[in-house]
Write a protein that binds this ligand. Sequence first.
Ligand code: SF4
Length: 215
Amino acid sequence: APGAQDYVPDSHVLTRLAEAAQQCHGCDLYLDAEQTVFGAGSRKARIVFVGEQPGDQEDRAGKPFVGPAGKMFDKALAAADIPRESAYVTNAVKHFKFTRSERGKQRIHKKPGRTEIVACRPWLIAELESVQPDVVVCLGATAAQTILGRTFRLTSHRGEVFDLSTDGDLPALSVSPQVTATIHPSAILRGPPQDRDAAFAAFVEDLRTAAALVG
Ligand code: SF4
């Protein structure tokens, strides 16, 4: 079966993992994207944020959360008094999945499928085992379903705290951080403008609650 496991080195050194991930052909997404966008941040982070996948700008920059959603995320982190450099930020899927607009100019985000999520999961497991955070925050349904299982519903379980040793969908994981899920910051941008302030405030509140779980 395809998957990233054949490409993941037997190492807990983040820089080695990131380097090896550049060569990953664990699913077909590497074919059209520019590069692997591995996680970034402190290797000693107590809190890890997991998004869905890199977007257009992340794919070009090779860094996670640098596009419009990343800017929204930075603003929310600042409002929640969480220094981004103290955290580790990554995505469930490490390559940008997209379709081209009719004239081929724009690359339009396409949601990763279960196959790609499962194929890429060994990288996420390796990152979590390397960083060994106290808390993992899933940003959006894709990250939440990657970590907490495909039946997880963000609408009913947003903000609840789970223990990965008993809940969740990462059986191979040797560490057991607490896990919580909130929206993806892109949802604030996509939502109706008149709802943005309230959506932002609720997101910041979720980040504060998650940060308070750090032991
Ligand atoms: Fe490998 Fe993940 Fe990229 Fe697929 S998306 S090629 S599994 S790094």
